[in-house]
Design a protein around this ligand. Structure first.
Ligand SMILES: C[S@@+](CC[C@H](N)C(=O)[O-])C[C@H]1O[C@@H](n2cnc3c(N)ncnc32)[C@H](O)[C@@H]1O
Length: 231
């Protein structure tokens, strides 16, 4: 396959690996624990929160797929909660190769017997088509930039996992969140590790109810934002 980037691996405080993006020169996760951060921000405050509110058919949009850690944790959650179906859509203009993904060895830290083969399928499955990874988990990957992404789908959960506002300011603006709003159902939520004041203000101006929740290690807060009304 062509057009892959070649990020370096970096070990984080909880012993899980993350990657360093060769263009943005940023780590894909917190150095205070990649796995811990993903579980706290995306699984606990996002997926588990919706499932506990009795949502069992969930359309997830992720910005961007990166190492595949959020996707792998979501898949494992679905394996352990078989009454939940997830259609996972992930954007990634800079995909990594399956060879790099294999070096992350996330399956060694995941409590799921199928996690190695499922994790490799996340990376090896083709772009621009729906891939049935397991009975209750489909994956559609796209190389599209979030700001240019349009979809016939409406999402009830968004993993907003862009690089920080300092590195990618264009993804945290009023325009970006107005666009996000059009992709979501009313009552849908977005979760992000970022808790900057300006980000909260921009989300509120775009029709989101913003909650500040306790963040993962090294971060006092994170954001969960709920879309309040139809466009
Ligand atoms: C902070 S990392 C998150 C990685 C990922 N969620 C994970 O679990 O490893 C940001 C990711 O967004 C991707 N990205 C950068 N610009 C993007 C854009 N405009 N639209 C969608 N994804 C983008 C990067 O390549 C990178 O993989």
């Amino acid at each position: 396959m062509d057009n892959f980037i070649n990020p370096q691996l970096k070990e984080t405080s909880d012993k899980s690996f993350t990657l360093v993006h060769p263009i943005y020169n940023q780590t894909y996760h917190s150095i205070n624990g990649a796995l811990t951060e993903s579980v706290c921000v995306f699984i606990s405050a996002g997926l588990n929160y919706l499932v506990e509110k009795n949502n069992h058919k969930i359309n997830i949009l992720e910005l961007g797929l990166g190492s595949g850690l959020n996707a792998a944790l979501t898949l494992m959650f679905v394996q352990q909660n078989p009454n939940t179906t997830v259609n996972y859509y992930s954007l990634e203009p800079y995909p990594i190769s399956t060879e790099i993904a294999e070096k992350l060895e996330y399956w060694k830290m995941l409590d799921d017997v199928n996690s190695k083969s499922n994790f490799l399928k996340i990376h090896s499955s083709p772009f621009d088509q729906q891939n049935q990874i397991t009975e209750f988990f489909t994956l559609e990957k796209s190389r599209t930039n979030f700001l240019e992404y349009h979809s016939k789908e409406q999402y009830n959960l968004v993993y907003y996992d862009a690089f920080s506002p300092q590195s990618q300011p264009e993804l945290w603006t009023l325009e970006a969140f107005a666009h996000l709003n059009t992709l979501m159902i009313t009552g849908g939520i977005m979760v992000t590790y970022c808790a900057k004041g300006e980000v909260k203000r921009n989300l509120k101006q775009c029709g989101f109810l913003v909650e500040s929740l306790p963040g993962p290690p090294g971060k006092r807060e994170m954001i969960r934002a709920t879309k309040q009304k139809d466009n």
